[in-house]
Unconditional design. Structure first.
Length: 101
């Protein structure tokens, strides 16, 4: 089994703490099985998580936008999985460029 480590950078300490607080909120029992259910955080905010998977068939990231598949800026956390993906670095870069613009 192979594990990949991802490093995250934040524009400020406040944004880092906000992100980590939302991740910690998952430990409060949010199951994510009902798309209409939300987990209230101590600050009154909610955490939006998009999960997606794609069998890329060993292809490179598309030249066109990934917006139809992954709407950028609409969720707090994106959990993305790929099957049949040998070129993980190019896909990671494509996702990063799309979601962090």
């Amino acid at each position: 089994e192979r594990m990949t480590t991802v490093s995250l950078s934040f524009a400020s300490a406040n944004l880092k703490e906000r992100f980590l607080g939302r991740v910690r909120a998952l430990d409060l029992g949010f199951k994510g099985t009902d798309p209409d259910s939300t987990l209230p955080l101590p600050s009154g905010e909610t955490l939006s998580i998009l999960t997606a998977t794609w069998n890329v068939g060993e292809k490179k990231p598309p030249a066109e936008s990934l917006e139809d598949w992954l709407p950028a800026g609409q969720h707090d956390v994106y959990a993305v999985g790929f099957q049949e993906c040998k070129d993980k670095k190019k896909w990671f870069k494509g996702l990063q460029d799309h979601l962090c613009r």
